[in-house]
Design a protein around this ligand. Structure first.
Ligand code: OAD
Length: 269
């Protein structure tokens, strides 16, 4: 794995230089992946043993052709995930990210996650690059399908569930996520790219940063002079690019960063 600046493993030793830059930033982008929700009990994709793509075949579940071939298998799998998300609560990392906005002029969360835990923790500006499991839509006319408000019964992992039919054109309703081989939602991508190109600091939290085009965002922010701070308990390909590698759980590292920042801002006032 790529090397980079020496990782910081101790949450009580957040460097002053990192807090300096955060306290001076006008715009911060927080780029998140599945790891930010791991401490809420939601599985990541690529962590050894527990990652979804370690246990399930993405080609059978997360492609347009899989849905055409086996709609009930695909819908059932996403209902299983939607149930897990509905039961989950935001964790200290989501809350720290929401709290950042109290100390910085502008914070934009750009997430690859399809849960809504950032919003539930109080983040106001959240861009969903890979869709949102709460927003199913018709495969033909694209109209939104309203899910039942309550959490669905958890279908047993792997159990087929017939997808609902569109009330307007009777076609199948599909999960509101981006599948492999599909483009990202145009508006979300444009906004995320603009934010990454114009931010002072980009925090990359809980992502392996392997899936493009999303993974190009920290790289383009760094190329334009932004400070990149990575928060991840494991080394990733981003290590070499990041100016700081906080090597620990997001739910431990981010509250420490925000507490330091709040102290700095209060001290300066
Ligand atoms: P990955 O599963 O690829 O990476 C999750 C990262 O989170 C790993 O680098 C872990 O080390 C890290 N991690 C685990 N626990 C953590 C914790 N407590 N705090 C901080 N980090 C932690 O997930 P993503 O990078 O989100 O796309 O994957 C990107 C995309 O690939 C997903 O959006 C999904 C997937 O296929 C689509 O479905 C289109």
């Amino acid at each position: 794995m790529a090397s980079g600046p020496a990782p910081i493993e101790d949450a009580s030793a957040i460097p002053d230089a990192l807090i300096d830059r955060l306290s001076q930033a006008r715009r911060i982008v927080v780029f998140t992946g599945a790891g930010v929700s791991a401490e809420s009990g939601i599985a990541t994709f690529r962590d050894r043993n527990t990652g979804l793509w370690e246990r399930f075949d993405a080609h059978e579940l997360a492609t347009p052709s899989a849905f055409v071939r086996e709609p009930a298998l695909v819908w059932g799998w996403y209902e299983w995930r939607r149930a897990a998300i509905a039961r989950a609560q935001p964790n200290p990392a989501h809350r720290a990210i929401a709290q950042l906005a109290n100390s910085v002029a502008e914070v934009c969360v750009v997430t690859q996650n399809v849960d809504n835990l950032h919003e539930r923790a109080g983040s106001k500006q959240v861009v969903h690059l890979h869709g949102n499991l709460a927003q199913a839509r018709c495969i033909r006319c694209g109209r939104a399908h309203k899910h039942a408000v309550q959490a669905p019964d958890e279908p047993e992992n792997g159990r087929a569930v017939e997808p609902p039919r569109c009330r307007h054109c009777n076609s199948l309703v599909r999960p509101g996520v981006v599948w492999f081989g599909e483009s990202l939602p145009e508006d979300a991508w444009q906004l995320a790219a603009d934010m990454a190109a114009s931010c002072d600091v980009l925090l990359s939290v809980g992502t392996s940063a392997l899936v493009y085009p999303a993974a190009s965002l920290p790289r383009s922010a760094a190329a334009r002079g932004a400070m990149v701070i990575q928060v991840n308990p494991m080394a990733t390909d981003m290590d070499r690019l990041a100016h700081f590698n906080l090597r620990g759980a997001a739910g431990v590292m981010l509250p420490a960063v925000v507490a330091n920042l709040e102290n700095r801002v209060r001290g300066a006032a």
